[in-house]
Design a protein around this ligand. Structure first.
Ligand code: GCU
Length: 733
């Protein structure tokens, strides 16, 4: 049966669902009225959506008073763009939250200006000479910052300093976050350092203004084949990114148009770089490896041809003439129809290095994506396995990439599914820089129309221990280059914000962008801390609001998983179409390799070393042991690694088939509870966001029922095993 036929056969459950929701809502309103606290919120609503978590609403008078000793004046040690952004942000935040005006002064090294209590903004180099012994407790790395309460020339000062000016800007955002979260800043002596140098977002924007897998409106960068005239949103985006420490943005689709390297386009690109520069966000481009031939007038793009090398050098030099702080390139090659080095029998390292060498003199980086696989695999051959592709292609090249090349690896071996094991390639590269690619835009996880807070998923990946040799080797340390002492590495998030007022299309989805940035800065933060911060910054500190929204967010991934992709089967979505609706049949009998191998006798991909595709053999020995046997394999990844009969009994004690039925019913019920829980916040937050989000939860509740019914019926018709609880009805088709 085609996915389309399934969707026709099962009408969207509007009436039934509305009745349920109505009943639930009545209950919730009753509870809510009983418990309603007085309305106090200085929060603005959806009309300020573009400010996201940087709204700076007024603190209540009593709390604001605790910041009375904050110096009323800011002294800037320099007058660069970054320092000015830092100063303006400080003034804006203090005015918004404390209702106070801060006066500004620029000191070009004239200490005489420091003649009153002040907030001092400057790099360490400028700050140190102000007062003997004024030095951070530890050495600052690039972009790290130091917040210090100090007496300078006898005046009460708050110093915000960094190894770089970007660090100073980050320090100001951190200081304002502390005030927003009502933390004590009376006696600060705090250093914060980024976990890794690479903290980038990738945007998959096309030059016509559309965004591949974007769910928040048209591109903020491009329209009609050109860079947009009005780049206000780019500056605003830069501010948001900087506030969480993101320092790079690749502005165009990984499925790149070669045209982005044409001189006329580079001139336009420089306007985007100008808009980002005050926020310390450096611009980069996705490029087509075939460019020397496609737009360069050569008859080849062979990476080993000296003419090709010269072409890249010239083009890169031209870019740096116009954009001196250009960050580099992202390359998707030999993947999903893109040109690649295989055309000439060359390796990915050879392809990466020809570009790396052009970038090297300018300090630029090349991110070479490990998302390389054959999408014409023979599905009848049970030994074929797309999951093996990244490791097979890149592990043998370990050590062959130049030092300014980074292999960019998706978190899992398939493609941003609702649950995957970590990619074994993180453990396979030891003499090569790597970065993890996480997907902020919810391609397979509800497309921002359904709630799915991804930080708990990312935490599981980043905290996963690869057990390389005997020691602890967490993925977060591997990608940050800390285990094998690589010169660079870090975190890339595919964000895909758009012109929609909410950036990602939904207010609650913004927690994923915030969370990505916070984890890229410090992956040891917990999901709970991140969501608590984000909720308070975005919605204020009302206890009911913070508790309810945090709980909804933290629960949302497992709920979404339970009705869309249980036991690691992969997302049972329509993979040939929108990656959103249920469509379990679409994964099978085609070359894309997102197979779940469901048949009348069982379900799951056998990826064992003993009888399957051997994928498990790509992991270090201790991880192999975890996945290879049914006895050890965790339930939530069982069907990723094993093909089992529907009657197989899980560690939980349930059979696989009963788990699938139950998880779909439980998930759909939870999604309906989201509506009830959200309704309990009526009157606690601004009306516009309350209504907007309510409508989204009501919609999600319906979609969850649709998913439940489609998947349960499909699996019943395949297996002919009844639901022990009698909920899954036989159909007469
Ligand atoms: C997924 C996604 C594509 C994207 C690709 C990639 O397959 O559906 O739109 O181009 O990933 O990451 O390159």
């Amino acid at each position: 049966m085609t996915p389309q036929a399934q969707n026709r056969a099962i009408p969207r459950p509007t009436r039934y669902c509305r009745v349920l929701l109505g009943l639930a809502a009545l209950g919730a309103v009753a509870v809510c009225l009983a418990a309603l606290p007085p309305l106090v919120h200085a929060e603005t609503g959806i009309e300020n959506a573009d400010e996201a978590w940087l709204r700076y609403p007024a603190l209540d008078a009593q709390t604001a008073k605790t910041y009375d000793r904050l110096p009323p004046r800011v002294v800037l040690l320099g007058d660069s763009l970054l320092l000015k952004s830092a100063e303006q942000e400080l003034m804006r935040g203090v005015a918004g939250m404390l209702g106070r005006t801060i006066e500004g002064e620029v000191s070009q090294g004239k200490m005489s200006l420091l003649s009153a209590n002040s907030i001092v903004l400057g790099t360490l180099e400028k700050v140190r000479p102000l007062e003997a012994g004024l030095s951070p407790p530890e050495e600052l790395r690039a972009d790290g910052f130091w917040l210090k309460s100090a007496r300078i020339h006898g005046f009460v000062c708050l110093v915000v300093s960094g190894a770089t000016e970007r660090g100073v800007l980050y320090g100001v955002f951190a200081l304002l976050r502390k005030i927003s979260l009502t933390e004590n800043i009376a006696a600060l002596d705090e250093v914060q350092q980024p976990y890794a140098p690479i903290r980038w977002v990738n945007q998959w924007d096309n030059l016509d203004g559309s965004i591949e897998r974007g769910y928040g409106g048209r591109s903020i960068f491009f329209a009609d084949g050109k860079v947009r005239n009005d780049l206000t949103r780019v500056s605003q985006y830069g501010r948001l990114l900087a506030s969480v420490g993101i320092n790079g943005c690749t502005v165009n689709n990984v499925n790149a148009q070669a045209r982005v390297l044409e001189p006329s386009f580079i001139a336009e690109l420089s306007r985007i770089a100008d808009a980002f520069r005050p926020w310390g966000v450096q611009v980069s481009l996705s490029v087509d490896l075939g460019s020397p031939k496609l737009i360069g007038g050569l008859d080849t793009f062979d990476p080993l041809d000296p003419r090709v090398a010269a072409w890249w050098r010239n083009r890169v030099d031209e870019i740096y003439r116009q954009i001196p702080d250009f960050d580099g390139f992202v390359v998707k090659a030999d993947s999903e129809g893109r040109l690649g080095p295989s055309t000439y029998g060359r390796t990915h390292a050879e392809a990466a290095n020809v570009i790396a060498r052009a970038l090297k003199p300018h300090g630029g980086l090349i991110f070479y994506r490990a998302f390389v696989y054959n999408h014409h695999l023979d599905w009848r051959d049970l030994t074929n396995d797309r999951a093996k592709a990244a490791y097979d292609n890149f592990q043998p090249l370990d050590g062959a990439f130049d030092d300014n090349a980074i292999v960019q690896i998706k978190n899992g071996p398939i493609d941003f599914q609702v649950r995957e094991p970590v990619s074994p390639l993180f453990a396979g590269l030891r003499r090569t820089n790597q970065a993890i690619e996480l997907q902020i835009t919810q391609e397979y996880t509800g497309q921002q129309r359904q709630l799915c807070f991804l930080v708990p998923m990312w935490k599981e990946v980043l905290d996963f221990d690869m057990h390389i040799e005997s020691g602890e080797t967490l993925v977060r340390n591997l990608v940050a280059g800390r285990v094998f002492h690589r010169p660079t590495g870090g975190f890339v998030g595919v964000s895909n914000v758009g012109l929609d007022a909410n950036w990602l299309g939904s207010p609650l989805a913004m927690a994923n962008l915030y969370g990505f940035g916070r984890l890229a800065w410090n992956p040891t933060l917990s999901a709970e801390t991140i969501v608590d911060e984000w909720t308070r910054l975005s919605f204020g500190s009302d206890r009911a609001v913070v508790q309810t929204i945090s709980a909804l967010q933290l629960h949302s991934w497992s709920v979404y998983e339970s009705y869309t992709g249980p036991l690691g089967a992969g997302t049972l979505t329509n993979i040939l179409g929108n990656h959103y609706d249920p469509g379990p049949e679409s994964s099978e009998r085609n070359g894309w390799g997102q197979w779940h191998r469901a048949d009348p006798s069982g379900i799951g991909m056998d990826r064992t070393i003993a009888t399957g595709t051997g994928f498990i053999g790509q992991y270090p020995a201790r991880v192999q042991k975890l996945y290879e046997t049914l006895a050890n394999c965790p339930d939530n990844l069982l069907l990723f690694f094993h093909h089992v009969p529907y009657t197989h009994v899980l560690h939980s004690g349930k059979t696989v088939i009963q788990h699938i039925y139950d998880s779909h019913y439980e998930g759909a019920e939870e999604a309906q509870n989201f509506v009830v829980r959200w309704r309990s916040l009526e009157g606690h937050i601004d009306e516009s966001r309350y209504r907007d989000i309510l409508a989204r939860f009501e919609y999600q509740a319906q979609e969850a029922v649709l998913w439940r019914d489609t998947i349960c019926r499909w699996i019943y018709e395949l297996s002919h095993i009844r639901d022990a609880k009698g909920r899954v009805a036989e159909t007469n088709r």
